[in-house]
Design a protein around this ligand. Sequence first.
Ligand code: KQY
Length: 366
Amino acid sequence: MSKKINNTPKKDGFRMPGEFEKHKGCWMIWPERTDNWRNGAKPAQKAYIEVAEAIAEFEPVTMCVSQNQFMAAKEMLSSKIRLVEMSNDDAWMRDVGPTFVVNDKKNVRGVDWRFNAWGGLVDGLYFPWDKDDQIAKKVCEIENIDYYSLETFILEGGSIHTDGEGTLIATEACLLSEGRNPNLSKKEIENMLKEYLSIEKVLWLPHGIYLDETNEHVDNIVHYCKPGVLVLAWTDDPNDPQYAYSKAAYDYLSKEKDARGRSIEIIKLHIPDEVLINKEESEGVDKVDGTLPRNEGARQAASYANFYIANGGVIVPTFGDEMHDKMAIQTLSKVFPERKIVGIYAREILLGGGNIHCITQQQPLG
Ligand code: KQY
């Protein structure tokens, strides 16, 4: 029986592993809310299915589905995917799921942060969010994993990346935003990450991806591929607002050392050409007060860095931009020679505000 532990992972000898370490499986949530996903969420469900089935080639996938959608999802997903019934407010397992930590004896525990829909009543994306806030604990209970549960500290899984060896990367734009932990200083936030993930050094990028509605989650701009090596979303166009964001990250990371004292190898991953919401896509979304509107012409925070590393594969979003899609897949093939690179056309996921990394959460093998 899973239980809540009243200590910290650091004190107990547990650390957050890198995503590239071995997984037991992957968790996802079925999309359905019609004020975020167009056309009754049907196009998004198809994209989620493609992602789930692609990951299932490499490791077991569990899809959490509300009671309303359970039978429909069961019909649409293959028997490879395990379904569990779970209430939810939306479908972003990276952010609402537990952050798993492991120890040297290969035991696995969960960290259950507080979730407030990316900014609560300050600049959150929907209200209420109480069902999403319960998901991390429920996942741990299903897996019979003990967990640490924070009373007030707000954090989403997409706002942190680690090399598994003591280094964590985050963006100031997100972690220091008004809607998350306004009463904590940068130093206090760092200390929480150190204590709950066994981190020794936090690297702070000023920004993430331009117009990212999560206050610029780090998982959209960089991704650790192995210790000492990461990819960075990039553009060569100095007139694109993203240029200043990516350049600042590049300059900062080029000068910094990681927790082990290594310089960091930075591999540029060029972003796709601008992705804008079209009229039909905008009109397909229910307009509801309190949920972020999806207006025609709005630029989407498209980035290839938002991929998922599975046991033998890498599942990468593509955007129908022939040249940049191809470049991204070529680059990642070189970075991950031992894994199969699988591109999935992910425009429908992007239209909901995130991408493949945001909708998945790996559970380490331990
Ligand atoms: O991690 C993410 N990028 C989640 C985005 C949530 C968007 C909700 N509309």
